[in-house]
Design a protein around this ligand. Structure first.
Ligand code: IPD
Ligand code: CA
Ligand code: CA
Length: 266
């Protein structure tokens, strides 16, 4: 199953690499939410490869199979064919293919491929996390040395909330960054290149592979309040574990600030 995930990620990545920098057919799915012909072509290729290699597979995918699936039975493949479509559309090289597989109620394998750097991140449950053959381990840095990645939600309310969090995090952290591919941001934490990642509006296909890769690299991924690890919930805090509780408390304090509560209409 891991090999299947890796092959499908590489094939989809080659499609994206070939189309990068070319004119795109853009379709708007919602506010600031786009898909291109490349997203669709990559997803078709992944589904074809996985259907051949894993007969009877079920799918949750961004472009064609969004319906909820029960993860407690046989293999459910959770796929984002192009994570970072806005970067891709603008010609930036930071984007990825994300493929996770859950069975028996748990994530079993995950692969995230960055086509423009040829970096393949993967993990298998209880077998560790790797990037192109090198074992991954989260960093042990504290907050004062931390690089924290965050992404910007599309909707005005959550975007405003993230702005408050950026303000709160800018005081104790060494630096803040925004990458534009949630899957790559999860992998950066797993590799020890960043200490945390925060986003408020993620979907299961943004999270599945990256979450397993982080866990297998010794890190933690939960809801912002530190409680839930449900793949279908939207707000995520991934970290090296060392700073997780501190970040939960800091974000909670930023949420509770009176001016914030007023701006959120509460
Ligand atoms: C998006 C990226 C981005 C995150 C958004 C996602 P897409 O996925 O992961 O980093 O901030 O919330 O929707 O639309 O490029 O597949
Ligand atoms: Ca995505
Ligand atoms: Ca996508």
């Amino acid at each position: 199953m891991l090999e299947l995930a890796k092959i499908a990620a590489r094939v989809a990545g080659a499609i994206l690499r070939e189309r990068h920098g070319q004119p795109h057919t853009i379709h708007y799915k919602g506010l600031r939410d786009i898909t291109t012909e490349a997203d669709l072509a990559a997803e078709r290729a992944i589904i074809e490869i996985i259907s051949l290699g894993c007969p009877g597979a079920k799918f949750i995918t961004e472009e064609s199979h969004q319906a909820h699936q029960d993860l407690s039975g046989g293999p459910v493949w959770i796929i984002d064919p192009l994570d970072g479509t806005s970067n891709f559309k603008h010609g930036l090289p930071e984007f990825s293919v994300s493929i996770g597989m859950a069975a028996g109620g748990e994530l079993q394998v995950g692969a995230v491929y960055e086509p423009m750097t040829d970096q393949l991140f993967w993990a298998e449950r209880s077998q560790g996390a790797f990037m192109n053959g090198t074992r991954l381990q989260v960093s042990n840095l504290g907050l004062e040395g931390a690089m924290i990645q965050q992404d910007w939600p599309r909707q005005p309310g959550p975007r405003e909330r993230m702005l408050r969090y950026a303000q709160a995090l800018s005081v104790p952290a060494e630096c803040l960054r925004s990458c534009g591919s949630a899957a790559l941001a999860f992998c950066a934490v797993a590799a020890g290149w960043a200490e945390a990642y925060i986003q408020l509006t993620l979907q299961p296909w943004d999270v599945a592979a990256g979450m397993l890769i982080i866990q297998e690299a010794g890190g933690v991924a939960t809801s912002l309040d530190g409680v839930s690890t449900d793949l279908f919930q939207p707000d995520w805090l991934a970290s090296n574990g060392v700073i997780h509780d501190q970040l939960v408390a800091l974000l909670q304090a930023a949420t509770d600030r009176p001016d914030h509560r007023a701006s959120m209409g509460s």
